[in-house]
Write a protein that binds this ligand. Structure first.
Ligand code: C5P
Length: 234
């Protein structure tokens, strides 16, 4: 597999073309940003952890029948993925109130929700990823009705699979963000699943083992990512 042109560089990842137009290389960086990139930093070896954690979780989801863009790991920081036509919608699934939901609705962080809450955010940095609903998505032509039906169904299924997976590893899946795209006409999970995109709390102590340690200056960030990697691979 030959690495080609850099086609995207985001806050935490770089994406390269390959000699196969259908395949891309996704590379995970140690850079971290928060609060609309107003806070910036580096978390040592975060890219290595997130690459390995995402690869493992994509594999778990595939065994449960979820189609993902993951093909295989290439190196410590790189994975080979299918090229997707990205749906510009970030899907958030919440099991416990935290972060944006606590703030937006004036709720206490840590309250267990009676049902999982699904949110859509329009993927648009200039607009700060605003909260939208299915009507906005259709009106803006971001996805078709059938596609959004698949996206929401897969998101709830992924939540069930991941809650079970993390639960067995003494981790509580508080919330997480997913991104989907189209591949050969099928809605396919893309992006990453890592402590950058999930809130994970230790089951016994509620200790935060995710990017909130960076956002809130809680310290022990590197150790938290390593701990999640250790448990995911256990
Ligand atoms: O900030 P908020 O509470 O909306 O985040 C919900 C979940 O989505 C968290 O797990 C957070 O890490 C993730 N997220 C993300 N990328 C964003 C916004 C949120 O991965 N741009």
């Amino acid at each position: 597999m030959t690495q080609g042109k850099l086609i995207y560089e985001g806050k935490a990842k770089k994406v390269y073309e390959t000699d196969n137009p259908q395949l891309l290389i996704q590379e995970f960086k140690d850079d971290a940003t928060a609060f609309d990139a107003t806070k910036r930093g580096t978390i040592k070896d975060k890219g290595i952890c997130n690459n390995k954690i995402s690869a493992h979780l994509f594999g778990v989801l595939e065994t449960h029948g979820i189609t993902t863009h993951f093909v295989r790991l290439l190196s410590e920081r790189q994975m080979l993925v299918q090229r997707l036509e990205i749906v510009p919608v970030e899907v958030t699934v919440r099991n416990i109130v935290a972060g944006g939901m606590a703030k937006r609705l004036g709720l206490d962080e840590g309250k267990k929700l009676p049902n999982p809450v699904l949110e859509y955010h329009y993927k648009n940095d200039a607009l700060h990823d605003p909260l939208i609903n299915n009507y906005h998505i259709f009106a803006l032509g971001l996805a078709q009705e059938k596609e959004l039906g698949d996206i929401s169904r897969y998101s709830f299924e992924i939540n069930e699979i991941l809650q079970e997976f993390f639960g067995q590893r003494r981790l509580v899946l508080v919330d997480f963000k997913l991104e989907f795209g189209r591949h050969k006409g099928k809605i396919t999970l893309g992006d990453e699943i890592s402590p950058d995109t999930c809130r994970l709390w230790d089951k016994a102590t509620n200790k935060k083992l995710d990017k909130d340690r960076f956002r809130r200056d809680l310290g022990g960030i590197e150790q938290a990512y390593q701990e999640v990697l250790r448990r995911v691979l256990s």
